[in-house]
Ligand binder design. Structure first.
Ligand SMILES: C[S@@+](CC[C@H](N)C(=O)[O-])C[C@H]1O[C@@H](n2cnc3c(N)ncnc32)[C@H](O)[C@@H]1O
Length: 345
């Protein structure tokens, strides 16, 4: 982190401002030190800064599989690595946000290895990204030198940020992987400034995407496996099945069969990608299907209701490349319900 970004952080327990203690600065960034809550005296909570990243949580939590996968495939899904604009197109198509957002401040929840962080930084905005797992280390290695990035390790249920402070909040690919997606969604809204824009998505719950989706039958057997072991299995299985994938993918219903064989074939997202790239994405995404502790898709109607519960306006909920995508705005006047009020609604 950079000292000038301190005003974007708060104690997640009390909401108090934080001060840097024992900071070691390297090239304008705080490599190590502590963030101490102001006004708390000797008993004030303190949070370590480790390898340039403030840590509000430990990495030993239910998202350990994500830390493993995003550090192993730290740049696989980056547009700048693949040469395909998969992340950029998804971001701007479904959020409806402009390509330039200079002087705005954006909060990105659950940033993983940072593929959307890369696209957000290109808009000229100040970007505050966080993740629950040590995937933040992959993000730091790719984007950490950007002076417009504040990156922290934190929990969506106890965010260390001021309320009402962000022009935009983005949360893509995350909500279904939390233990209570509705509460996670509703925790994001108070961080928007009045008039601020929210863009989120969640996996789709439907007959074909959920009930007839083999991944949900197999996950109970795989989600608690040691990530390294499961990844080895996924890689061996994908390699073994790959000739079949190549034969099936251009047949009618071929993609539906391939995904039900638990292999993620992303050729439709990246037409023209070479075989090695598609295979690498398949290793990553097949592991990503089977390893999460939580995978709780929702229907569009339920997802839309969460937006209404929060008093948002200009709500647009539609089917998107990752399930259901939503965009909305916090009203300029009036107040947004508290998380509790929204949850009770
Ligand atoms: C499928 S990954 C998506 C990462 C990134 N948004 C992307 O689309 O590439 C889901 C991410 O959500 C994070 N996550 C899960 N629970 C979280 C929580 N309680 N707080 C913050 N991040 C969380 C995981 O660590 C993981 O990196």
């Amino acid at each position: 982190m950079r000292p000038e970004h301190l005003n974007l952080l708060r104690c997640p327990m009390s909401g108090a401002e934080l001060a840097i203690a024992d900071g070691i600065i390297e090239d304008g960034r705080v490599r190590s030190g502590r963030l101490v809550a102001k006004g708390g005296g000797a008993a004030a909570p303190a949070y370590p800064i480790v390898d340039f990243v403030p840590r509000f949580v430990s990495s030993e939590n239910y998202a350990r599989n994500f830390g493993f996968e995003w550090n192993l495939h730290a740049r696989t899904q980056y547009d700048s690595e693949s040469g395909h604009k998969v992340s950029e197109e998804r971001l701007f198509k479904y959020s409806g946000w402009p390509r330039r957002m200079d002087s705005e401040v954006i909060l990105e929840a659950g940033s993983g290895s940072g593929r959307f962080t890369e696209s957000l930084l290109r808009t000229g905005a100040t970007v505050v990204s966080f993740d629950y797992s040590d995937a933040v280390e992959a993000n730091r290695d790719s984007n950490g030198a950007d002076p417009n990035l504040l990156l922290v390790q934190a929990d969506i249920y106890a965010m260390p940020f001021p309320r009402g402070a962000f022009d935009r909040v983005l949360c893509y690919g995350v909500l279904q992987h939390t233990p209570d997606p509705e509460a996670a969604f509703k925790a994001l809204v108070p961080h928007l400034r009045p008039g601020g824009q929210l863009a989120t998505d969640i996996y789709l719950k439907s007959l074909t995407y959920y009930w007839l989706n083999t991944r949900y039958w197999v996950r109970p057997l795989t989600r608690d496996m040691d990530p390294e072991r499961l990844y080895r299995w996924c890689k061996a299985y994908v390699s073994f099945m790959w000739p079949l994938v190549r034969a099936l993918r251009h047949l009618p219903f071929g993609q539906a069969v391939i995904w039900r064989l638990l292999i993620a074939d992303t050729i439709d997202d990246m037409p023209g990608a070479d075989d090695a790239t598609l295979k690498e994405w398949a290793y990553l995404d097949s592991f990503d299907m089977l390893s999460p502790r939580y995978d709780l898709p929702q229907t569009p109607a339920v997802f839309e209701r969460w937006h209404r519960d929060c008093g948002l306006e200009h709500i647009d909920v539609r089917l998107g490349s990752n399930g259901v995508a939503g965009s909305a705005r916090r009203p300029v006047g009036g107040s947004v319900p508290t998380e509790k009020e929204a949850t009770d609604a």
